[in-house]
Design a protein around this ligand. Structure first.
Ligand SMILES: Nc1nc2c(ncn2[C@@H]2O[C@H](COP(=O)(O)OP(=O)(O)OP(=O)(O)O)[C@@H](O)[C@H]2O)c(=O)[nH]1
Length: 593
């Protein structure tokens, strides 16, 4: 009778028994040697180390993967190629079975788009899909992986409590008698509770959408709420209701008129604002900073207006007004001083001309007296008069010249004081929110923007990332081309950033060649892509200095502000990632751990 070949499990058991009998420690090497001895396969031929390292790196994030990885590890440990082959076969079979098809992926994506999530709005989900599609057109495999990642992320998101999410009104409306009447005998009760009726939606739209939009206290809002009441309590939405239709049509017509009025008012207000800004531009003659601000205001008008743009407009206008007020005070002071100096000057001139005209008169009198003089004694009295008068005129002239000299010194001192104050105001610019060199926010402006964006993100349960960006080898650029070119390079970076960042992103200068970017509604991956796009933009818009083309690069670190984290902590993490990017060879973007 032929002996059956031993099974791997039997061999393994026997190998362990042998080791125990021989009192040899059951280390992996000793076990493999015993196993090989019993199975008759030589040890040296089998790449234990390589395969063990592969087994160690297999993913174990799901129970199924854990099982597959354990099976592969056991096969490697057995040193048996057949088992390894089988384990690999099983792994591949499981992989192809678990990967969904494109159709399945898209179906799941669309279904998740419409699923209400606690922390994700539909708009944000659509924006994420849009972003993934835009960034991965070239490679279908990457696109598949990124979309799958998105789907898996959404699947992990907590669901919104549907009725709360739709609002209490919708929940109430869904349970109105009208809805109850619609419920058919075989329809499960909770299906109706789950899905508010069309009427409930319409009522919600009127109450929560239309009424606040037209102003809560207006007659239009009252009418919208009254129709919502009717829909919720009195009307069977399936029955055609004439009077409701008439009221809705009337409301629609009034809304259209109100909309036109509001559009006209908005356009007039914008025109007024533009006029004011243009006017400020005309008034400001020689202040570079103010000119820059007014230009920036003009540019803001070019963009589609949203609440962020209006915020920015308001802040810049306030800065301009503050600065103008400050300058105006200084100019008024200086004017007053000049006026009083000129007054003194004119007084001196008047007294000088008075004394000289008196002198001229005396000279003519003396000439008459000289012509008519009968003796020397008469002449000597004339000479004495002449000498006295000449001395008096000389003294007045000397006094006037000394006083005019002093006045001139005072005017010069006042002038240089004004120039110094003006320069200090521009240089420190801590009074305002913008960096005078680059036009982006300064630290003060950044602090305000961070506070604003954090509260906005927390209000909307949205993500907010920060990026710290530091120009590479800037000292070398300064040393080679001069400080002025260095300044131009900073300005160039700010200009390119303004063109490349999204409208909602905010950039500010932390100091020197270091900048901070706030990236609302972007997760770390999107934030890193936005910064990488800025790097590419810098290679497209090359910096020109003295006919040299200089490639400006930067290193950046990204961090998303955690729910329990302060902005300073996140910026600190981004800063560390930026330094890691420098150490890793510069010109790269790293995400903070
Ligand atoms: N032109 C100009 N230079 C500045 C300004 N602020 C700081 N700097 C210069 O920026 C340089 C920064 O040098 P480093 O800190 O050594 O940085 P780096 O040369 O960019 O080196 P890495 O950061 O390691 O790539 C210094 O020479 C500063 O004098 C500025 O407003 N204008």
């Amino acid at each position: 009778m032929s002996k059956l070949p031993l099974q791997p499990l039997d061999i393994a058991r026997e190998a362990l028994r042998q080791l125990a009998l021989k009192r040899v420690a059951p280390t992996p090497d000793n076990f493999r040697a015993a196993y090989a001895d019993i199975s008759g396969q030589p040890v040296g031929d089998f790449p234990f180390e390589t395969l063990t390292s592969i087994a160690d790196h297999l993913p174990r994030d799901t129970p199924e993967r854990e099982q597959l990885a354990a099976r592969f590890a056991r096969a490697v440990e057995s040193g048996n190629w057949d088992q390894v082959r089988e384990a690999l076969g099983a792994t591949f079979a499981a992989l192809s079975a678990t990967r969904p098809s494109w159709a399945e992926l898209l179906r799941e994506l669309m279904s998740l788009l419409d699923t209400p999530h606690q922390n994700l709005t539909r708009a944000r989900k659509l924006a994420a899909v849009d972003h993934v599609l835009a960034a991965n057109t070239a490679n279908p495999e990457t696109l598949f992986a990124r979309l799958s990642g998105l789907v898996q992320g959404w699947q992990r998101e907590p669901l919104a409590e549907r009725l709360n999410h739709w609002s209490d009104d919708a929940a109430d409306a869904a349970k109105t008698p009208a809805t109850e009447r619609r419920r058919s005998a075989e329809e499960p009760a909770d299906a109706v509770a789950e899905q508010p009726s069309f009427a409930a939606w319409l009522a919600l739209l009127l109450r929560r959408g239309v009424a606040p939009l037209v102003g809560e206290e207006t007659a239009l809002a009252q009418e919208a709420r009254a129709i919502a009441d009717t829909i919720e309590h009195d009307i069977d939405p399936h029955a055609a209701d004439e009077s409701l239709g008439v009221r809705l049509r009337a409301l629609e017509a009034k809304l259209e008129w109100a909309g036109e009025d509001q559009r006209a008012i908005r356009a007039s207000l914008l025109n007024l604002l533009r006029l004011i800004v243009d006017n400020i531009g005309e008034l400001v003659v020689d202040d570079l900073w103010l000119h820059g601000q007014v230009e920036a205001l003009g540019l803001l008008f070019e963009r589609p207006l949203d609440i962020r743009a209006l915020d920015e407009l308001e802040r810049r206008l306030r800065d301009v007004i503050d600065k103008q007020r400050h300058l105006k005070r200084q100019l008024t002071d200086a004017q007053e001083r000049l006026k009083s100096m000129l007054g003194g000057f004119v007084d001196r001139l008047v007294s000088l001309s008075e004394s000289t005209s008196h002198y001229h008169q005396t000279l003519s009198d003396c000439a008459v007296r000289i012509r008519g003089a009968g003796d020397v004694s008469e002449l000597s009295s004339v000479v004495e008069t002449l000498l006295d008068e000449t001395r008096a005129v000389q003294q007045t002239a000397q006094r006037s010249s000394a006083e005019i000299g002093a006045l001139r010194e005072q005017v010069e001192a006042a002038n240089s004081l004004i120039t110094r104050l003006q320069r200090e105001l521009d240089e420190t610019s801590e009074l305002v929110r913008y960096d005078p060199l680059t036009g982006v926010l300064n630290r003060k402006g950044l602090d305000e923007a961070i506070a604003r964006e954090i509260s906005r993100a927390r209000r909307h349960s949205a993500v907010l990332c920060v990026g710290v960006l530091d120009l590479d080898n800037f000292k070398q650029l300064n040393d080679t081309f001069g400080h002025r070119t260095g300044d131009e390079a900073l300005r160039h970076l700010a200009d390119v950033a303004r063109g490349s960042l999204r409208q909602q992103d905010v950039i500010g200068r932390l100091g020197g060649e270091e900048f901070l970017v706030l990236l609302p509604d972007a997760d770390v991956e999107q934030a890193a892509e936005i910064m990488t796009r800025l790097q590419r933009a810098l290679t497209k818009h090359i910096f020109l200095a003295d006919n040299s083309r200089i490639l400006i690069t930067f290193s950046a670190g990204i961090a998303c502000i955690g729910a329990e984290e302060t902005a300073a902590e996140a910026i600190d993490r981004a800063d560390k990632a930026m330094y890691a990017a420098k150490r890793a060879g510069k010109n790269r973007v790293l995400v903070a751990g």
